[in-house]
Design a protein around this ligand. Structure first.
Ligand code: ANZ
Ligand code: ZN
Length: 818
C-alpha cells in the first residue's frame, strides 16, 4: 500500500477497472429488482459546471448504493444537444452548430468520465442525432393522425433580436430572457400539441404522486389551473350573435355592469375595422407582452365599443368594452364584469366611471363598504330578484340551471394550461416532418422518408431561419400528388427532445421502432434528479409525452418518474454562479488539483442535497485532508496485519463492545440516511465521528485486530458510494479480492447494538419505585438479588414481605408484596 494518498493514481486505477469490466453496463436479464436512476441530461455548452457536478454526484452515490443492495441498476447519460446557444456560437465562430456541439460533447464526456460517474455509456445519446429525432418526427405524425398535433394562427411573443418566438416564461419583465430586447406580439401560424386534452389526467394523477416533492406538485397543479364555472351567453342588440363569457361566479350575474373583451377577440377586431380609435388601441395592446405575470400588474386600459349586450336573466343593456386585462387565450376571451365583487373590474370601473352594483352581502358585522373596494368573498345575494337570500353557492347553481333552460348558459371547466406551441423559427432543431402542397394542403412526410434530416452542407451565416434559404432542403415533390411542394422550415421546440429521452435510454439501439418492450421493464424511472427550475415545463411535457406514447401503444405505464428529487443550487458568496457576476468556479480546476473524490466529498458533505450549497475553498481542502487521513488510518491497520477472520469472538471486553456498538449504530444511521432521505452530509459526519472513536482504540490482541478490520471494512464500504475511487484501492489494500463496486452493502449486527448494561424500572405492586442498572446479559437470579439490595426498595418493603417477583426482560421488574 502506498505511503500516501495519490488521487491521480487511485482514480485512474478505479476508472480503468470499471471500464474494462463494463461495470455499469446493464441489461434486463440481471437478477435483482431493477432500479433506474436518471439525472437530467446536460446541454452541451462546452464544460460541466458545479451544478452538474452536484446533481450527478448525488445521483451517482444513490446509484452505487442501490447497486450494493443487489439491484439491477441503470444510470444512463446523454446530451440535450439542440438549442439556441449552438446556433449563436456558430454565427459567432462561423462553424457549423453540429461541429460546435459534438466538440463540446466530447469535452464534457471526458470531464464526466474524470468524475468517475457510473454511467452505462453504451446507451449514450445526443438528441441532434438523426437516429434520435427520427422517432420524435414519427411520434409527431402519429399525433397529427390523432388530431393531437394541429396548426393554428396564434399571437406569440416575438424576440426581435434573437428573431425567435418566446414562451411566456422566457419573457422577463417584458424582455427576452437571453437578448433582453423588448418583446413584441406577432401573429404567425404554428404547430401545437394538444396537451390540454390530457389536462384532467395530468392533474388527477398528481395527488397520487407521493414520490414527488409537494412543492413541485403544487406548482404543476397551479400551472394546469383547473377552474370550475359556467359559460354564459349574452345577446347583442340588433344582431343574431351572442357574446359568450366564462365565469366562476355565476352567482354575481345581477351585478354585471359591462362586458369586457380581450383585444384580439373576434368582435374587437370587427369593431376596429369601423373605428380608428379602437384600431389604435388594439395596435397599442400588441406591443405589450403576453406574459400573464405582466397582465395582473399592468395599468388597466380599455375602450368602449358601440355594441350593447343583453343580460340573459335581467334583460339589462350592458356596454361592451375592450380591455387589456382580458386574456384572449383563457376561457372565452370575454368576461361579464362585476365591479362590486371583482378586483380588476373594480379598478377598471373606477377608472372609466362605470356603475358598481353590489349584489352580495355578508352576514357578519365586520363587513366593509363597497366604497372601500370590491367585496370578493362569497356571501348571500341581494338585489338579485328571486335569488335574494340564497348563498353564493346555491345561487350559482340555480342561476346556471335557469340559464340552461333558457339556452343561455351551462356549466363549464376552464384550464389555465394552453396547448403546447412546438414550432421554433430556428435552424438547430429537429425539422417538423410536414410538406405543403398547392393541391393537397398539409401533407405529412411518409414514415418511410423519415428522418427528415437537418441539412449541414452549407455556409453558416447569421440568418436565423437558415432552412428558408436552402431550396435543396425545402423543395420537394408532394408525396401525394407528385407536384412541386415545400417543406415546413420550422423546427421543434427543444423541449420536444427532452420529453422522451428517458424512455429511449431503455432501448437506445433499437433501429426499427421508437421504443420497445425493454421500456416496460425499466419504466417508470425510480428516481429522477434535477433542478427545481424544471418543475413545470420539462416535467409536465415529459409526463404528457409518456401518456401519448402509452396511447400510441408503445409503452404501458402511466407516469414516467416514480420519485423526483430536486437538488439545491451551488452558490458562491451567497449568489448563483454566473459568468456575468464573475463568480464561477470551474470543476476542472479542482479535479486537476485534488481529484474527483475530493470534489464529490466536499459537495456531498457541505449541505443537505436539497438545500443550497455555499462554495468554499477551505471546505474543499478539508475534504481533501479527510481522504488523506482516511488513507493513513487504513494504512496503519494494514501495517498491523490484515485479518481474514470474520467471526467476532463472543467474549469481548467493554472497550471492544463499545467500538462495535458505535460501528453498528453508525451503519444503521448511515443506511437509513442513504435509503430514505439522501442525507449524505449526515452520513459523512457520522462516519467521521466513528473514525474519531476508532482512533482511540489500541490494537493489542487478535480480537482487537478482528474488530479493527471490521471497522475499516465497514467504513470503506459505507464511503464507497460517495468517494468510489479511493474506496476501490483501500478495499484492495484491506485484503479483498472482489472489487468494492461489486460488494454488497454491510448489514447491521443487532447484537452489537445491545448496550452492555440495561436500565430496568422497578415497581412494587405496580407503582414505580426505583430503577436498576444491570449487565445486559444478567440472569433472573442476579436481577432478583440486585433489586432487593436497592435502598429505595428496601425502604418501601419495610413491614412487607415479597410474594413474588415478575421480570419483563430488558424492561421491568415488578415486586408483588403482601
Ligand atoms: C364574473 C366574476 C365576478 C368573476 C366576480 C370573478 C369574480 P379563475 O379563477 O382564474 O378561473 N375571467 C374569465 N375569463 C377571463 C379572461 N380571459 N381574462 C381575464 N379574466 C377572465 O378566474 C375566473 C374569473 O376570471 C371569471 O369569473 C372571470 O371573472 C375572469 F365577483 O366572472 B369572473
Ligand atoms: Zn399534393
Amino acid at each position: 500500500m502506498d505511503l500516501q494518498y495519490d488521487a491521480k493514481k487511485v482514480e485512474k486505477l478505479a476508472q480503468e477497472y470499471w471500464n474494462q469490466h463494463k461495470t455499469f453496463e446493464v441489461d434486463e436479464n440481471n437478477p435483482g429488482d431493477k432500479f433506474y436512476c436518471l439525472c437530467m441530461f446536460p446541454y452541451p455548452s462546452g464544460n460541466i459546471h458545479m451544478g452538474h457536478v452536484r446533481n450527478y454526484s448525488i445521483g451517482d452515490a444513490i446509484v452505487r448504493y442501490q447497486k450494493m443492495l443487489g439491484k439491477n441498476v441503470l444510470q444512463p447519460m446523454g446530451w440535450d444537444a439542440f438549442g439556441l446557444p449552438a446556433e449563436n456560437a456558430a454565427i459567432k465562430n462561423k462553424t457549423h452548430p453540429a461541429k460546435w456541439t459534438y466538440k463540446n460533447i466530447a469535452n464534457m464526456k471526458k470531464q464526466l468520465q474524470a468524475m468517475g460517474y457510473g454511467y452505462d455509456w453504451s446507451r449514450e445519446l445526443a438528441t441532434c442525432d438523426p437516429n434520435y429525432y427520427k422517432w420524435e418526427q414519427w411520434l409527431f405524425l402519429r399525433l397529427y393522425e390523432k388530431g393531437l398535433a394541429y396548426k393554428k394562427n396564434s399571437v406569440v411573443n416575438w424576440d426581435p433580436v434573437d428573431k425567435t418566438v418566446l414562451a411566456n416564461e422566457q419573457v422577463i419583465n417584458g424582455r427576452g430572457w437571453r437578448s433582453d430586447a423588448l418583446v413584441e406580439k406577432k401573429e404567425i401560424s404554428q404547430w401545437f400539441l394538444k396537451i390540454t386534452e390530457y389536462a384532467d389526467e395530468l392533474l388527477a394523477e398528481l395527488d397520487g404522486m407521493t414520490g414527488w416533492p409537494e412543492q413541485v406538485r403544487t406548482m404543476q397543479k397551479n400551472w394546469i389551473g383547473k377552474s370550475t364555472g359556467a359559460k354564459i351567453n349574452f345577446g347583442i342588440v340588433n344582431s343574431q350573435n351572442t357574446i359568450e363569457v366564462f365565469t366562476t361566479r355565476a352567482d354575481t350575474l345581477f351585478g354585471c355592469t359591462y362586458i369586457a373583451l380581450a383585444p384580439d377577440h373576434e368582435f374587437a377586431k370587427q369593431a376596429a375595422k369601423q373605428d380608428n380609435k379602437i384600431n389604435a388601441f388594439l395596435e397599442k395592446c400588441k406591443l405589450s407582452s403576453t406574459a400573464e405575470a405582466d397582465f395582473s400588474t399592468a395599468e388597466k386600459e380599455g375602450i368602449e365599443t358601440n355594441i350593447k349586450a343583453v343580460n340573459p336573466l335581467t334583460g339589462d343593456l350592458l356596454p361592451v368594452w375592450i380591455a387589456n386585462y382580458i386574456l384572449s387565450s383563457y376561457g372565452t376571451g370575454a368576461i361579464m364584469a362585476v365591479p362590486a365583487h371583482d378586483e380588476r373590474d373594480y379598478q377598471f370601473a373606477k377608472k372609466y366611471n362605470l356603475p358598481i352594483k353590489q349584489i352580495i352581502e355578508y352576514s357578519n358585522e365586520t363587513q366593509m363598504s363597497i366604497k372601500d373596494g370590491p367585496l370578493t368573498n362569497r356571501g348571500v345575494l341581494i338585489n338579485s330578484s328571486k335569488y335574494n337570500g340564497l348563498t353564493s353557492e346555491i345561487a350559482a347553481q340555480e342561476i346556471v340551471n335557469d340559464l340552461k333552460i333558457l339556452g343561455s348558459g351551462s356549466k363549464s371547466i376552464s384550464y389555465r394550461l394552453r396547448d403546447w406551441g412546438v414550432s421554433r423559427q430556428r435552424y438547430w432543431g429537429a425539422p417538423i416532418p410536414i410538406i405543403y402542397c398547392h393541391n393537397c394542403d398539409i401533407v405529412p412526410v411518409p414514415d418511410k422518408d423519415l428522418p427528415v434530416v437537418l441539412p449541414d452542407n452549407f455556409e453558416f451565416s447569421d440568418n436565423p431561419k437558415v432552412l428558408e434559404t436552402l431550396p435543396e432542403f425545402y423543395n420537394v415533390k408532394c408525396p401525394k400528388c407528385g407536384n412541386d411542394a415545400v417543406r415546413e422550415t420550422d423546427t421543434f421546440d427543444t423541449f420536444f427532445e427532452s420529453s422522451w429521452y428517458y424512455a429511449r435510454f431503455a432501448c437506445r439501439d433499437q433501429e426499427n421502432s421508437m421504443l420497445d418492450k425493454r421500456v416496460d421493464y425499466w419504466a417508470p424511472i425510480d428516481l429522477y434528479i434535477g433542478g427545481i427550475e424544471h418543475a413545470i415545463l420539462h416535467l409536465l411535457y415529459a409526463r404528457f409525452f409518456h401518456k401519448i406514447m402509452r396511447d400510441v401503444g408503445i409503452l404501458k405505464s402511466n407516469e414516467p418518474f416514480a420519485r423526483l428529487f430536486t437538488q439545491g443550487m451551488v452558490l458562491k458568496d451567497g449568489s448563483k454562479m454566473s459568468k456575468s457576476k464573475g463568480n464561477v468556479v470551474d470543476p476542472q480546476d479542482y479535479i486537476d488539483k485534488y481529484g474527483s473524490d475530493t470534489l464529490r466529498l466536499f459537495i456531498m458533505f457541505s449541505a443537505p442535497p436539497e438545500l443550497s450549497l455555499e462554495w468554499s475553498d477551505t471546505g474543499v481542502e478539508a475534504a481533501h485532508r479527510f481522504i488523506k487521513k482516511l488513507w493513513l488510518i487504513v494504512k496503519k491497520h494494514v501495517d498491523c496485519g490484515i485479518v481474514t477472520e470474520k467471526n467476532i469472538p463472543g467474549n469481548l471486553n467493554s472497550i471492544q463492545m463499545d467500538l462495535r456498538r458505535k460501528l453498528h449504530e453508525t451503519l444503521a444511521k448511515v443506511t437509513d440516511n442513504m435509503e430514505s432521505r439522501f442525507a449524505f452530509n449526515t452520513v459523512i459526519a457520522a462516519i467521521m465521528e466513528l473514525l474519531n472513536a476508532y482512533n482511540k482504540f489500541n490494537i493489542q490482541s487478535q480480537t482487537d485486530k478482528i474488530i479493527s478490520q471490521e471497522v475499516m471494512d465497514t467504513v470503506v464500504l459505507m464511503l464507497s458510494p460517495i468517494i468510489p475511487h479511493v474506496s476501490h484501492t483501500l478495499w484492495q489494500s484491506l485484503g479483498h479480492k472482489k472489487a468494492i463496486v461489486n460488494e454488497l452493502w454491510p448489514t447491521v449486527d443487532k447484537k452489537a447494538l445491545l448496550k452492555e448494561t440495561m436500565e430496568m424500572s422497578v415497581q412494587i405492586d405496580g407503582k414505580l419505585r426505583a430503577s436498576l442498572e444491570v449487565p445486559s446479559n444478567a440472569d433472573r437470579n442476579t436481577i432478583e438479588t440486585e433489586v432487593l439490595l436497592l435502598e429505595k426498595i428496601k425502604k418501601h418493603l419495610t413491614n412487607k414481605s415479597v410474594k413474588k417477583i415478575i421480570i419483563v426482560p430488558g424492561k421491568l421488574v415488578n415486586i408483588v408484596s403482601v
